[in-house]
Design a protein around this ligand. Sequence first.
Ligand SMILES: O=C1O[C@H](COP(=O)(O)O)[C@@H](O)[C@H](O)[C@H]1O
Length: 258
Amino acid sequence: MTAEPLLVPHPDAGVLARAVAARLITALVDGQAERGEASVVLTGGGIGIALLRAVRTSPAFDVVDWSRVDVWWGDERFVAADSPDRNERQAREALLDHLPVDPARIFPMGHPREPAADDAAALKAATVAAAQYAELLASRAAPGTNLPVFDVVLLGLGPDGHVASLFPNLPGVMSTEAVVAVGNSPKPPPVRISLTLATIQSARQVWVIVAGEEKAQAVAAAFAGAGPIEVPATGAVGRERTLWLADRAAASRLPTAR
Ligand SMILES: O=C1O[C@H](COP(=O)(O)O)[C@@H](O)[C@H](O)[C@H]1O
């Protein structure tokens, strides 16, 4: 069973980041109250990192026991560990380096161990790293299952409708694996690792966070009934709740916005 997507409008990107930060803090606190621990899947991208900065500056951030939060990633650019392009590095700088997290509960996706000769070699190494991440997920899953039940999956949205590193019309969108390596990404860098839609759908809540006019067409297509091959974000649904948290510009092409 999955939740129908609900669009929640916000006036602008700054308010959106602060509102999602408050929502995330509440969801993690609720998870810890109910189950003793909580988990979140992070996203890269402009609004995804802005919201992490907003968590850091929120007056309520220490209501969460950060030592009992599992932190995963929805996707990663397969670049060197110290590359500023890495979603992990950006998330650490924006938030994780400033919190009393348990390092054993931070689960970054892999990176190249040595420079690859070409994109084909990089894709091969990323395929190994994707399989290792799937094993890591399985190691944190309840007995008899191969995925943890994430409290919240955070996802940015590309102008083409991509979420994580699942791009329109590329094989990753239809994969039934838990984690995939992606080659030929239309957005640089070309080689990436991504959770699949099947894995994202194991979450209690999925939040698509979207800011900016350049995303408005993808938002409109999603709510007009596009499918996941055309607009991958439409396949990102949670078991209990699916929210599209949008600023006014991103929601501007929805019929209700007129
Ligand atoms: O490359 C990526 O892009 C998407 C969207 O980023 P945005 O800057 O347009 O919001 C992001 O969700 C993904 O994690 C990242 O790897």
